[in-house]
Unconditional design. Sequence first.
Length: 507
Amino acid sequence: MFVKAIAAVVVLMMCLARTACAADLWADAGQLREVRRCGDGVLYETDASHGTLLVARVRGSHREMGRQYGCLLGDKIISVMQVYTKASDPKDIKKTLIFRACRNVWKRNEPHVPKEYQDEIIGIAQGANKAGFDVSPQLVETGIALPNFSDMHDKKLMMGGLNPDDAKRLGMGAGFDFRTTCSSFAAWGGRTEGGRLFATRDLDWESKTGVGQYGLVTVYEPVGDDGNPRNRYVTFGYPGVIGAIAGMSEKGITIGEIGAVNTVETQEGTPWTITMRRALEEADDLEEAISIIEESKNTVGYNFVIGFGDPLRYGTPGFLPGAVAIEVNGEFTSVFRDDDPKERESAWIDADGNPVLKDGEQVKVGLPLKEAVYRADASFDLRIRRTQTASNGPARENSNGDPRESGAYSKRYAPNFYMLDALAKGEAYSSDGREIFAAGAPRLISAEETLRIMDAVSMKDSNILAVAYDATSLEFWLAYESMSDGNWKPASDNKYARFRLRDLFSE
């Protein structure tokens, strides 16, 4: 009894030595309360730290899932699009500059969008209209086009048909603050408890808009044209934004994305959020997810972190989780494995792609690790980096091209490296005077460490959505920004809700 008491005290002291115990970081998701049904689709709500969280489950072909989605969420689609287009009244959405720009972008995207997703868009409008909500296909297309141009370098690519004054306003953001300060990491194997894959996705975008009240988990249970079920999965975002800005599949595929503005870009391609949904729905393993992204017609500068938790083989000799970072622009797609030599040898370069020498030596900037990948804005494939404006990129006006001088590198990319390295060595790590990890024995990454790492690199003025994945156990931790009595809190400062994927599926 005495030994057990001493052990309990030690555990308590270890917990208190950290910033907060795991129980302070998250709580299990509350009971789902049914709001309405439309065919096989169901809309639920549950209580979360930011307020009410919506959970919509749809099932069937893409057209059928669309009809259910529109019926369940039509009114909220209108509300979200009103926020994002800055319309003073829902009836004025189509008059706004953002809506008109999205129409120009969509005209270029549409030929590259798979037919089943175009069918889904039509289905959403049909379902919403039948339920009495004035949702057009164009409104849904806005929710796809908007995330695909917010990280563009040359806004003229979406200005066709706009008068010069409107074009100038749009080039200045049209009152919309397009932030590109996201981050993502994944770790597995010898770095984590049980070798499981843990990953994150920080969405740092325009905050304080009120859109957080419409935070949505969408549960997809798709059926192909052949009548056979496809992979079930969840996405996180907002009604009407039907692509995957974050998500996890039952096969353990996870999505992280970071805007990485690049001068080599086009809109003659597939919106990235549609490509990410394809990866969740179609990929059975990491290599298949990589192939989907490589074969897609990518458009503008982005970095992705794609994870695979291999849940079906957990506990067997064949268990093989992993993750990659993928860098893209309008011309190149580059895949980085863990401890990738390309990243290790990546150097500070100028706008011509030539290494910048210090004391006659190249300045290496990559910080890869084994059994982990992580990204902020900076690209490490030198073909892509040469034309970057993000992260003090060489293509940026009056830039020396050194990524280490950017916040993306110094506040998000490098800290991921240092925190993962500190945990493996049992060393302390602090950020801005705040202790993130105390010194002690080497520490394996669990959900708690994952959330702490994500919190340390999230941008506290723009973090609107934060999600952590255990892609092996198929659990996720989710938080949205909140506004209460005029006081705004970033997502990563709110308590996370923990979900188990199996609890969200219909069977």
